[in-house]
Design a protein around this ligand. Structure first.
Ligand code: GSH
Length: 223
Protein backbone atom coordinates (compact mmCIF):
# COMPACT_ATOMS: atom_id res chain seq x y z
CA UNK A 1 0.00 0.00 0.00
CA UNK A 2 1.51 3.37 -1.06
CA UNK A 3 1.90 5.98 1.66
CA UNK A 4 0.93 9.67 1.39
CA UNK A 5 4.57 10.66 0.94
CA UNK A 6 5.47 8.04 -1.64
CA UNK A 7 6.77 9.24 -4.99
CA UNK A 8 5.47 8.10 -8.34
CA UNK A 9 7.71 5.60 -10.13
CA UNK A 10 8.87 5.65 -13.72
CA UNK A 11 10.04 2.39 -15.25
CA UNK A 12 12.38 3.56 -17.97
CA UNK A 13 15.39 2.68 -20.07
CA UNK A 14 17.94 5.40 -20.72
CA UNK A 15 17.80 5.07 -24.52
CA UNK A 16 14.05 4.53 -24.81
CA UNK A 17 12.62 7.49 -26.70
CA UNK A 18 9.10 6.80 -25.39
CA UNK A 19 10.48 6.94 -21.83
CA UNK A 20 12.37 10.15 -22.60
CA UNK A 21 9.08 11.85 -23.59
CA UNK A 22 7.73 11.12 -20.12
CA UNK A 23 10.96 12.17 -18.38
CA UNK A 24 10.70 15.57 -20.12
CA UNK A 25 7.04 15.95 -19.09
CA UNK A 26 7.82 15.06 -15.45
CA UNK A 27 10.66 17.58 -15.41
CA UNK A 28 8.47 20.19 -17.11
CA UNK A 29 5.81 19.76 -14.43
CA UNK A 30 8.36 19.63 -11.62
CA UNK A 31 7.16 16.23 -10.44
CA UNK A 32 9.65 14.27 -8.37
CA UNK A 33 9.76 10.55 -9.13
CA UNK A 34 11.71 7.39 -8.57
CA UNK A 35 13.56 6.11 -11.63
CA UNK A 36 13.57 2.34 -12.09
CA UNK A 37 15.67 0.89 -14.85
CA UNK A 38 14.33 -1.80 -17.18
CA UNK A 39 17.26 -3.01 -19.25
CA UNK A 40 15.74 -3.63 -22.67
CA UNK A 41 18.91 -5.18 -24.10
CA UNK A 42 18.97 -7.96 -21.52
CA UNK A 43 15.21 -8.47 -21.97
CA UNK A 44 14.10 -7.25 -18.52
CA UNK A 45 10.86 -6.01 -20.14
CA UNK A 46 9.86 -9.66 -20.60
CA UNK A 47 10.69 -10.78 -17.07
CA UNK A 48 7.86 -12.37 -15.13
CA UNK A 49 8.12 -9.69 -12.48
CA UNK A 50 7.84 -6.79 -14.97
CA UNK A 51 5.09 -8.44 -17.02
CA UNK A 52 2.99 -8.58 -13.88
CA UNK A 53 3.20 -4.78 -13.75
CA UNK A 54 2.98 -4.17 -17.50
CA UNK A 55 1.67 -7.16 -19.44
CA UNK A 56 2.45 -5.31 -22.67
CA UNK A 57 6.19 -5.66 -21.91
CA UNK A 58 7.41 -2.21 -22.88
CA UNK A 59 8.65 0.97 -21.24
CA UNK A 60 7.68 3.51 -20.09
CA UNK A 61 5.42 2.47 -17.28
CA UNK A 62 4.30 5.02 -14.72
CA UNK A 63 3.10 4.08 -11.24
CA UNK A 64 1.06 6.82 -9.65
CA UNK A 65 1.59 7.88 -6.03
CA UNK A 66 -1.32 5.66 -5.03
CA UNK A 67 0.04 2.66 -6.87
CA UNK A 68 -1.92 2.63 -10.15
CA UNK A 69 -0.03 1.56 -13.27
CA UNK A 70 -0.26 3.57 -16.51
CA UNK A 71 1.41 2.42 -19.72
CA UNK A 72 1.82 4.37 -23.01
CA UNK A 73 3.75 7.62 -23.03
CA UNK A 74 0.93 9.76 -24.37
CA UNK A 75 -1.55 8.45 -21.78
CA UNK A 76 1.00 9.12 -19.02
CA UNK A 77 1.70 12.65 -20.27
CA UNK A 78 -2.01 13.48 -20.57
CA UNK A 79 -2.51 12.12 -17.03
CA UNK A 80 0.25 14.42 -15.74
CA UNK A 81 -1.41 17.34 -17.53
CA UNK A 82 -4.70 16.57 -15.81
CA UNK A 83 -3.33 16.15 -12.31
CA UNK A 84 -1.05 19.18 -12.58
CA UNK A 85 -2.39 21.77 -15.03
CA UNK A 86 0.30 24.36 -14.19
CA UNK A 87 2.83 24.82 -17.03
CA UNK A 88 0.39 23.35 -19.58
CA UNK A 89 1.65 20.97 -22.24
CA UNK A 90 -1.47 21.40 -24.35
CA UNK A 91 -2.45 24.79 -25.81
CA UNK A 92 -5.80 26.52 -25.47
CA UNK A 93 -8.43 25.84 -28.13
CA UNK A 94 -9.74 22.55 -29.48
CA UNK A 95 -8.08 22.90 -32.87
CA UNK A 96 -4.63 23.73 -31.49
CA UNK A 97 -4.89 20.88 -29.01
CA UNK A 98 -5.79 18.49 -31.81
CA UNK A 99 -2.85 19.76 -33.89
CA UNK A 100 -0.45 19.12 -31.01
CA UNK A 101 -1.83 15.62 -30.52
CA UNK A 102 -1.58 14.94 -34.23
CA UNK A 103 2.13 15.87 -34.33
CA UNK A 104 2.73 13.72 -31.24
CA UNK A 105 0.86 10.82 -32.81
CA UNK A 106 2.70 10.99 -36.13
CA UNK A 107 5.83 10.44 -34.07
CA UNK A 108 4.46 7.95 -31.54
CA UNK A 109 2.13 5.94 -33.76
CA UNK A 110 3.66 6.17 -37.24
CA UNK A 111 7.41 6.79 -37.03
CA UNK A 112 8.50 5.26 -33.73
CA UNK A 113 6.82 1.81 -33.77
CA UNK A 114 8.75 0.76 -36.89
CA UNK A 115 12.05 1.12 -35.04
CA UNK A 116 11.11 -0.57 -31.83
CA UNK A 117 13.68 -3.05 -30.55
CA UNK A 118 11.34 -6.01 -31.09
CA UNK A 119 10.65 -4.90 -34.68
CA UNK A 120 14.38 -4.37 -35.40
CA UNK A 121 15.16 -7.82 -34.04
CA UNK A 122 12.44 -9.34 -36.20
CA UNK A 123 13.51 -7.68 -39.46
CA UNK A 124 17.28 -7.62 -39.01
CA UNK A 125 18.20 -10.07 -36.24
CA UNK A 126 21.54 -9.18 -34.69
CA UNK A 127 22.78 -7.38 -37.86
CA UNK A 128 23.36 -3.84 -36.55
CA UNK A 129 23.98 -2.40 -40.00
CA UNK A 130 20.70 -3.75 -41.31
CA UNK A 131 18.90 -2.43 -38.24
CA UNK A 132 20.42 0.98 -38.87
CA UNK A 133 19.44 0.98 -42.57
CA UNK A 134 15.86 0.08 -41.63
CA UNK A 135 15.71 2.77 -38.93
CA UNK A 136 17.24 5.32 -41.29
CA UNK A 137 14.75 4.57 -44.08
CA UNK A 138 11.61 4.78 -41.97
CA UNK A 139 12.70 7.78 -39.95
CA UNK A 140 13.63 9.71 -43.10
CA UNK A 141 10.27 8.81 -44.68
CA UNK A 142 8.43 9.89 -41.53
CA UNK A 143 10.36 13.14 -41.26
CA UNK A 144 9.36 14.11 -44.82
CA UNK A 145 5.71 14.27 -43.74
CA UNK A 146 6.50 15.73 -40.34
CA UNK A 147 8.59 18.59 -41.81
CA UNK A 148 5.63 19.57 -44.04
CA UNK A 149 3.22 19.40 -41.12
CA UNK A 150 5.44 21.65 -39.06
CA UNK A 151 5.62 24.18 -41.89
CA UNK A 152 1.91 24.78 -41.21
CA UNK A 153 2.07 24.96 -37.42
CA UNK A 154 5.54 25.94 -36.15
CA UNK A 155 6.75 29.13 -34.59
CA UNK A 156 9.71 28.84 -32.26
CA UNK A 157 8.39 25.38 -31.36
CA UNK A 158 6.18 22.75 -33.01
CA UNK A 159 3.02 24.78 -32.49
CA UNK A 160 3.61 28.51 -32.29
CA UNK A 161 5.86 29.96 -29.64
CA UNK A 162 4.91 27.91 -26.59
CA UNK A 163 6.30 24.53 -25.68
CA UNK A 164 3.75 21.74 -25.95
CA UNK A 165 3.59 17.99 -25.70
CA UNK A 166 4.50 17.81 -29.42
CA UNK A 167 7.98 19.18 -28.60
CA UNK A 168 8.39 16.48 -25.96
CA UNK A 169 7.79 13.86 -28.63
CA UNK A 170 10.00 15.54 -31.23
CA UNK A 171 13.32 15.78 -29.40
CA UNK A 172 13.66 12.07 -28.51
CA UNK A 173 12.89 11.16 -32.12
CA UNK A 174 15.89 13.23 -33.26
CA UNK A 175 18.09 11.24 -30.89
CA UNK A 176 17.02 8.05 -32.67
CA UNK A 177 17.49 9.71 -36.07
CA UNK A 178 21.09 10.43 -35.06
CA UNK A 179 21.57 6.78 -34.12
CA UNK A 180 20.35 5.80 -37.59
CA UNK A 181 22.54 8.49 -39.21
CA UNK A 182 19.60 10.19 -40.89
CA UNK A 183 20.68 13.05 -43.17
CA UNK A 184 18.97 16.02 -41.50
CA UNK A 185 19.69 18.53 -44.30
CA UNK A 186 16.22 18.06 -45.88
CA UNK A 187 14.61 18.81 -42.49
CA UNK A 188 15.68 22.34 -41.49
CA UNK A 189 12.57 23.06 -39.43
CA UNK A 190 12.77 19.85 -37.39
CA UNK A 191 16.47 20.56 -36.84
CA UNK A 192 15.96 24.19 -35.82
CA UNK A 193 13.15 23.40 -33.37
CA UNK A 194 14.94 20.49 -31.73
CA UNK A 195 18.21 22.43 -31.43
CA UNK A 196 16.32 25.24 -29.67
CA UNK A 197 14.61 22.77 -27.34
CA UNK A 198 17.89 21.09 -26.47
CA UNK A 199 19.13 24.34 -24.89
CA UNK A 200 16.42 24.05 -22.21
CA UNK A 201 17.05 22.33 -18.86
CA UNK A 202 13.99 20.05 -19.03
CA UNK A 203 15.28 18.54 -22.25
CA UNK A 204 18.97 18.47 -21.29
CA UNK A 205 18.54 16.92 -17.83
CA UNK A 206 16.40 14.11 -19.18
CA UNK A 207 18.73 13.22 -22.06
CA UNK A 208 19.50 9.47 -22.31
CA UNK A 209 23.19 10.05 -21.65
CA UNK A 210 22.40 11.67 -18.31
CA UNK A 211 20.36 8.81 -16.86
CA UNK A 212 21.59 6.59 -14.05
CA UNK A 213 21.33 3.48 -16.20
CA UNK A 214 23.39 4.93 -19.05
CA UNK A 215 26.67 3.01 -19.40
CA UNK A 216 29.68 5.02 -18.21
CA UNK A 217 31.30 5.16 -21.64
CA UNK A 218 28.26 7.04 -23.02
CA UNK A 219 27.56 9.18 -19.97
CA UNK A 220 27.75 12.94 -20.46
CA UNK A 221 27.20 15.62 -17.91
CA UNK A 222 27.85 18.84 -19.82
CA UNK A 223 24.99 18.58 -22.34
N1 GSH B 1 3.56 3.37 -27.80
C1 GSH B 1 4.39 3.10 -26.67
C2 GSH B 1 5.72 2.61 -27.17
C3 GSH B 1 6.52 1.93 -26.11
C4 GSH B 1 7.76 1.30 -26.70
O1 GSH B 1 7.78 0.90 -27.85
N2 GSH B 1 8.83 1.23 -25.88
C5 GSH B 1 10.04 0.64 -26.34
C6 GSH B 1 11.23 1.50 -25.95
S1 GSH B 1 11.16 3.09 -26.70
C7 GSH B 1 10.21 -0.72 -25.69
O2 GSH B 1 9.92 -0.89 -24.53
N3 GSH B 1 10.72 -1.68 -26.45
C8 GSH B 1 11.00 -2.98 -25.93
C9 GSH B 1 10.83 -4.06 -26.93
O3 GSH B 1 10.50 -3.76 -28.09
O4 GSH B 1 11.04 -5.20 -26.53
C10 GSH B 1 4.56 4.40 -25.84
O5 GSH B 1 4.39 5.48 -26.40
O6 GSH B 1 4.82 4.31 -24.62
Amino acid sequence: MASEESKPILYSYFRSTASWRVRIALEWKGIDYEYRNIDLVSGAQQSEEYLKLNPYGKVPLFITKDGKAIAQSEAIIEYLEEIKPERPMLPKGACHRAQVRSIAQVIACDIHPLQNLSVLKHVAGPDMEKRSEWGNYWTSKGFEGLESMLEQTAGTYCLGDNITMADMFLVPMIFNAQRWKVDMKPFPLITRISNTLMTLPEFKLTHPHRQVDCPDELKETGL
